[in-house]
Structure formats: structure tokens, C-alpha cells
Design a protein around this ligand. Sequence first.
Ligand SMILES: [Zn+2]
Length: 321
Amino acid sequence: MRATRAIVAAGLFALLVAAASTQQLPLKHDPELLTRGPVRIDTVKDGLFVVRGPFLPCGTRGCTPNSGDDGLIHEPGDVAVRVTPEGLILVDDKYPENVADVLARVKTISTRPVRYLLNSHHHGDHVSGNATVRRELGIDIIGHRNIRENFLRIKQPGEPNITFADQAAIHLGGVEVQLLHLGRGHTNGDTVTYFPDLKTIHMGDLVIDGMPVIDYAGGGSAIEFVSTIDNMLTIDFDTAIPGHGRVMTRDEVRAYRARFAELNTRMRDLARRGVPKTAIATLEQARAQLKLADLGWDNTVSTTAWLRNIGAHYDELASAR
Ligand SMILES: [Zn+2]
């Protein structure tokens, strides 16, 4: 009897240890395997779609002098399309050369007019199509005031003509769409678009299927990034469209947050141990010193983009000691 109880207790203990270790380390993530291909539409939920692609080698614009072949397939930002009885609402529009494709694909979802264009942040792979959309459709473009300022700062045409500070909402055809600025992270203008009736969010580059990129020139912050994702996790959602990649679950967003917090801890520990930032300047050094493979971030579509700002990432964590 006693032996049986001991075996049961031992089994229970093993189960508890297993549960604790899976909870502590929801870190490793296998990115989606992409293949080269054109722009396409995926259904997210009834009335909500995502336009993905084109899927190209080298970078989000294909192979250019600035983006050589890294062996991975890249795509410009994920565009969300919300259908309402009175027309469509788009989140982002990719590059100017993608706009015709995007709008043609959108017409296959619904022939109702596109009424509003929302912006997740100012980066060209997400919204440099703005000026083309405005010229083609003559619609209002809504974005956080820092998105507009970043457009003007980098002299990118097509800046939003309607801005907000913390949040805004659009009511169209009985559908509410919320725009929420929850803090700095990837940039200082990151906006989460919330579709409350569908419990779905579009996250811009706050969460992507790849390593997080911190655009310091665009007002980003690695430390605030994590708290901004925490703010996002207070929203009642079960489905999340990332800035790049496949649609995610809430648990995947929570795991991403955990990986990012762990990355920041490792970076801070390097600084505390006196490892200079020159020791993490190359991809090989960064992979080894920060154990990026543990996080599944050693070879993602955005690892080399993250590496460009690694000095600033190190400085931010070093000065936060
Ligand atoms: Zn971006």
C-alpha cells in the first residue's frame, strides 16, 4: 500500500516537473516553411482575410544590392482586409509595386469599395504603397501621429491624413474596428488593430514569424517592446495576424513575449559580465553569445535585420542595469 502510494507520488511529482518545465520554456519556435510564390489571400475568420506575399528570395523586395540571398524566403507585411456591409477596411498595403496585386486580390473577396486604409507603422514593406492607394482610391489613411511624423522625417510619400494619439475607432456597416497605440516597441508608432467582434488583432511588426526587429531610429525600444506586448495581451483576442508570417494563436503571442524577455535577459547579462558589444558584432558571435538557436531565432527572415541594430539593443540593456 505504502509502495503504491510512493509510486503514485513519484508519478505525480514527475508530472509536475514536466508541467513546470514546459511552462518555463515555451521558447523554441519553428518558423513556417515558405516557398516562392505570388500574392495570395488567406481566410482568417468570417469577414476577415489576410493578403500575404509575394514570397521572394533575399528580402521583402526580392534580391537588391542591400539584401543578398540569405537562403530564406521573405514577404512584405501582412495586409488585413475587413469586410463590412458598407465597404472594406484595409490594414497596410505593402510596397507601391504590390498595390495593384493587393487591390486585385481584395476584389476577389468583395466588390464593395475600400473605404479606409489603416497603418500599423511607417515601414516601407508595410505602407509605402499608401501614396498609390490614395491616388487610386482617394480614401482617408488613418495612422498614429508618430507614424505620420516618421513618414515626414524619412520623406516617404503617402503619410496618414487622419491621426490619433492613443486610440481611435472606425464604425462602418455595424462593424467596429479599434486602433490602439499600446506603447513603443518596434517603432514609436506601433498600432494594434482590434476587431472585437472576431476576437482578432493585427499586430504589425510587434509580433512576426521571426526575430523581433527594433528600429531605434524610428523610436523603437527593446525594453518597452516587452511591456507593449504585455499591454496587447490584455486585449480579449484568440487570433492574431502578425506583421510577417502566418496567423497565430494567443498562446503563440505569449510564447513570443517570453522569448523576447529571455533575449533581453541574456543581453543584459552579457553587459553585466563585461562582454563588450564588439564581441557580438557578427551573426556567428551573436548566435553563440545569445544562444539564439534556443529561441528559434538563429536563422529567421528578420535575424539579419535585428543584427543591424544589435549595438543599440546592447546599449539599451546595458544602461538599464
Ligand atoms: Zn517594420
